[in-house]
Design a protein around this ligand. Structure first.
Ligand code: HAX
Length: 441
């Protein structure tokens, strides 16, 4: 861990000095303008955040520290005999901006294994929640229960100096990431497997152990988890889970508090919950039509009915992307390799042919293409994980890698409290009538 800390500190000091110089010379340069529509319509297209770990290109998709998903599938170390990247390697890349060696990845695996102990009161807290509670709500409550363990909170209360915030954040980040699979697996086994819990296997990698604790021990499922945990980890800084984590962290709320905020955002159906909505929507379609392999014509009619009913087609559209999400493509490739004849995957691929032209024909949708959530459920169902309300928890465990690595950078670069300006419609009207400035007096 000391090696990781020293490398991070050296990198952060270097980038911090560069930013200082850059701002001295170019701090007043404009990087955009804000229109009235943007202020009213979800701040789309406003560049107002710095997030180091990844960058989203609207036409190309996500790059993690410059690398696309197909590049990561080649360049990141794999488990012995495996073909998918280990998310430990992606975390190393996002945190340190360096491709990891196998040794680096083994080091992170062993640090997370050593730090994975979950205190008993966290399990007691989960047990006190009604079992019918949505798994994402249970997950957030469990993260809040874990907050007793925050080094950042303890050290801040004891008078920690600003210059140590990054270190306490990194400590919490490593502890929290290490513990999340155990907490998530506990919630899964409690809700869906009669509380028949499975002990961790200290010889497995982070994702392999997570799969094992949930009760899925095939190598194929472990490979799926490695891929899943890698591709869901980060999507630059403006999405709801990343932005919420960053925003709450900017108040110097510790990483547990900040991450719980991000997970509350991920639990929304326009964001991470879309992965459960996709499978729910397909099951409802199958039931309505009385078939597990609806034709393209039947799918088209069902899509039209969904839109006419004032609902969105889950898994399609994106606030930034303007093409098929490469995270969808990576999962489609996994499906074609491991389960080419599966009817549910076939349905996902038929939907992919049918939906974009229909959405495009509405004339108002900026991106008619599938996003990450359009495919993930079908792969999980194939392995017997049919409890779709749990899917967003898997997404959340993965998202910890990106948003917590970013939070370490936020503190290392001394990013201040985030506090944009808001206006009222009355102040906008007065401004449009030429009576004073939009920001009031
Ligand atoms: N089905 C039907 N209508 C859709 C749609 C879809 N999949 N996607 C967008 N639209 C509609 C919007 O609701 C909006 O309609 P109104 O003008 O009547 O309000 C219009 O098309 C324009 O929307 P947009 O500008 O193209 O899209 P936004 O940036 O506003 O929203 C969303 C992006 C992802 C929220 C949107 O596409 C959506 O609701 N998709 C379905 C839910 C989903 O899959 N969410 C997951 C997104 C990826 C992610 O974060 N994963 O975690």
């Amino acid at each position: 861990m000391d090696l990781l800390k020293n490398s991070f500190k050296a990198k952060a000091d270097k980038i911090g000095a560069e930013i200082k110089e850059m701002l001295k010379e170019h701090g007043n340069k404009k990087i955009g303008e804000v229109t009235l529509s943007q202020a009213y319509q979800g701040m789309r297209g406003i560049t107002g955040l710095v997030t180091e770990t990844s960058l989203l290109d609207a036409k190309e998709g996500i790059r993690f520290r410059g690398y696309t998903i197909p590049e990561l599938q080649v360049k990141l170390p794999k488990a012995p005999g495996g073909a998918e990247p280990l998310p430990e390697g992606l975390f190393h890349l996002m945190l340190l901006d360096e491709l990891p060696t196998e040794q680096d990845v083994n080091h992170i695996t062993s640090v997370w294994q050593r730090r994975s102990h979950v205190p008993k009161h966290v399990f007691d807290t989960i047990e006190a929640i009604p079992i019918k509670t949505h798994p994402m709500t249970q997950f957030v409550i469990a993260i809040m229960a874990l907050q007793t363990e925050s080094s950042f909170a303890k050290r801040y209360a004891a008078g920690m100096s600003k210059k140590d915030y990054w270190e306490a954040s990194l400590e919490d980040t490593m502890d929290l990431i290490a513990r999340l699979p155990r907490v998530a697996a506990y919630i899964y086994r409690r809700k869906y497997k009669n509380g028949d819990h499975i002990q961790p296997n200290g010889l497995l990698d982070w994702s392999g152990n997570f799969a094992h604790m949930m009760g899925y021990d095939s190598e194929e499922f472990k490979e799926l988890m490695r891929l899943y945990m890698t591709i869901h980890a980060d999507h630059e800084g403006g999405n709801v889970s990343a932005h919420a984590t960053h925003l709450v962290g900017s108040a110097l709320s510790d990483p547990y508090l900040a991450f719980a905020a991000g997970m509350n955002g991920l639990a929304g159906p326009l964001h991470g919950l879309a992965n459960q909505e996709v499978i729910k929507w397909i099951y409802e379609m199958q039931e309505k039509l009385g078939t597990d392999l609806p034709s393209k014509e039947q799918i088209a009619q069902y899509v039209q009915d969904t839109i006419t009913g004032g609902k969105v087609v889950p898994g399609y559209g994106h606030a930034v992307l303007r093409k098929t999400d490469p995270r969808f493509t990576a999962q489609m490739e996994f499906g074609k390799k491991h389960m080419p004849d599966d009817k549910l995957c076939q349905t996902i691929w038929n939907i992919y042919e049918v939906v974009p032209p229909i959405l495009q024909s509405l004339g108002k949708i900026k991106n008619p293409w599938p996003n990450v959530d359009a495919h993930s459920g079908a792969l999980l169902v194939q392995f017997g994980m049919v409890e779709y309300e749990f899917y967003t928890v898997l997404f959340g465990v993965s998202r910890s890698l990106g948003v917590l690595a970013s939070l370490c950078w936020d503190r290392a670069l001394s990013f201040p409290l985030e506090r944009p300006k808001s206006v009222t419609t009355d102040s906008v009207k007065s401004w449009l009538e030429g009576k004073g400035e939009i920001w009031g007096d």
